[in-house]
Design a binder for this molecule. Structure first.
Ligand code: FES
Length: 173
C-alpha cells in the first residue's frame, strides 16, 4: 500500500510505499534526483510539493527552514507521502544518461586480501549480476551492524557478478 507520486517536469508517476521516502522511491524507479547526504541535513534534495501533503519527518530545521516548509518545499530524502503528491524537481535530462535503478542484493564474502598494512581488498559475491557504471558506489549493510557504509566499487562494470571494495581500517570506525 502506498501513494502515487507524480514527478514534474518528467510527468512520470510512481508508487511510494508507506514509510518510504520520495528519494528512495525515485532512485529505485530509475529517476535520479539531486541528493548528497541522504539524511535531511544538507538541503541538496529540496523539491517543491505542488499538490498533496508530505511528512517532512527528520528533516533538519536548518536544511529545511520554516518559511520553506510554509512555501511547499520538502526534502526528498526524508519526506513521506501522506496522500497522492505532485512534486517539481530540478532534473537535468541528459540524453546520454544511463539510468540504473537502485536495488537491494545479498552477498557473501568471497575473498579478503591485504592491499597495504591498513587497506583490505574485499570481494563480495552477489546473489545476481548488477549493472553499474564506473564511479558508482554501494551502501553496504552488515548483519548486526547499525546503519550502512558507502564504498566505491573498485572492479570494472563488465564484472557484475561481484563487487571489489578497498576498505581502510579506521580506529574506532
Ligand atoms: S540529500 Fe541532504 S538533505 Fe536530502
Amino acid at each position: 500500500m502506498g501513494h502515487e507520486l507524480t514527478i514534474e517536469p518528467l510527468g512520470q508517476v510512481i508508487t511510494v510505499e508507506n514509510g518510504q521516502t520520495i528519494l528512495d522511491a525515485c532512485l529505485r524507479a530509475g529517476i535520479w534526483l539531486p541528493h548528497a547526504c541522504g539524511h535531511g541535513l544538507c538541503g541538496t534534495c529540496k523539491v517543491d510539493v505542488v499538490d498533496g501533503e508530505v511528512d517532512h519527518a527528520e528533516a533538519s530545521p536548518f536544511a529545511l527552514m520554516d518559511f520553506e516548509r510554509a512555501n511547499g518545499k520538502t526534502l526528498a530524502c526524508t519526506a513521506r507521502l501522506m496522500v497522492d503528491v505532485v512534486i517539481e524537481a530540478e532534473i537535468d535530462e541528459d540524453p546520454d544518461q544511463r539510468r540504473t535503478p537502485v536495488a537491494d542484493h545479498c552477498a557473501t564474502v568471497a575473498r579478503i586480501e591485504d592491499l597495504t598494512h591498513e587497506v583490505k581488498g574485499v570481494r563480495l559475491a552477489l546473489d545476481g549480476a548488477i549493472a553499474f557504471q564506473a564511479g558508482q558506489y554501494i551502501n553496504l549493510q552488515i548483519p548486526a551492524v547499525a546503519g550502512t557504509r558507502a564504498f566505491s566499487i573498485a572492479n570494472p562494470p563488465h564484472e557484475g557478478t561481484y563487487v571489489d571494495l578497498q576498505i581502510r581500517r579506521v580506529p574506532g570506525g
